[in-house]
Structure formats: structure tokens, C-alpha cells
Design a protein around this ligand. Structure first.
Ligand SMILES: C[S@@+](CC[C@H](N)C(=O)[O-])C[C@H]1O[C@@H](n2cnc3c(N)ncnc32)[C@H](O)[C@@H]1O
Length: 120
């Protein structure tokens, strides 16, 4: 990613960006989110533009046996996501990687659910 692209996404960097999300995604909202996504335990779920990984972590915690893949084009965000995953013991549940939404490195039908959250 170029410096220009990185600067554009600078506003969203850092863990502080998740403070508002933690408030919005209160526990009572999570079942509605899962229903909306059609996500269930054991599914293979892809999140594109995953940023710090808030949504993937929420899904991993909420869906036993689900396997998450979280892709982003910003390596700094991927490093932040990895740090949070390590701290929350979710490294084994979520595969983080560099990946462009417009050039997904997966065959069709590799996932049960594909989602994104605030992807600009
Ligand atoms: C506004 S942030 C949202 C991050 C996270 N989904 C959230 O809701 O907190 C948008 C993210 O999309 C990523 N992004 C932008 N274009 C992308 C693309 N073509 N493929 C994958 N990720 C992309 C950015 O690097 C950034 O981390």
C-alpha cells in the first residue's frame, strides 16, 4: 500500500476506533447480527476489509467451531488485528491475511458467509 493510501485510512488506525463499536455491538444485538448474516456455528466465514478485526473476533467468539478468514490491504491494520487476537486468545480461530476485496485469492463457494463492515 502506498503512503497516500495509508494516510487515507489513518483516521481509522489504532484500537481507539473500536470504542464506538463496542458500544454499538452490545450483547443483545449479536443474535440479530448473526441472523442477518445467516451465520451459524461451524461455518466458514470471510470478512473483507477487516481492519482491526472487530467483527471477525465478535463472530469467532459468538460462533463455536466457526472458522474465520479476515483480509485487509493495510499491513499496519493487520498487525494491530494480530496483536488484539493474541491478547484475546483468538489466533487459532481467525486466519488474518493481506488480501484485496477486488482480487480475492479463493475459489468460488469457499465460504458459507462473506461479509464486510464499514469497508470504504
Ligand atoms: C473503515 S475501515 C473498517 C475496518 C473494520 N471492518 C471495522 O469496521 O472496524 C476500512 C478497512 O478496509 C480496508 N480496505 C480498503 N480497501 C480495501 C480492499 N480493496 N480490500 C481489502 N481491504 C480494504 C482498509 O485498509 C481498512 O482497514
Amino acid at each position: 500500500m502506498s503512503d497516500k493510501q495509508s494516510a487515507r485510512s489513518g483516521y481509522f488506525k489504532g484500537e481507539r476506533q473500536e470504542l464506538g463499536l463496542r458500544y454499538a455491538y452490545r450483547p443483545e444485538f449479536v443474535p440479530l447480527l448473526l441472523e442477518y448474516l445467516g451465520a451459524a456455528p461451524g461455518m466458514r466465514i470471510l470478512e473483507v476489509g477487516s481492519g482491526s478485526g472487530f467483527l471477525s473476533r465478535l463472530l469467532a467468539r459468538s460462533l463455536p467451531g466457526a472458522w474465520l478468514v479476515a483480509l485487509d490491504t493495510d499491513r499496519e491494520m493487520l498487525r494491530l488485528a494480530r496483536r488484539i487476537q493474541e491478547r484475546e486468545g483468538l489466533v487459532e480461530r481467525i486466519l488474518l491475511g493481506y488480501g484485496d476485496t477486488f482480487e480475492l485469492p479463493f475459489a468460488d463457494n469457499s465460504f458459507d458467509v462473506v461479509t464486510s463492515h464499514r469497508l470504504l
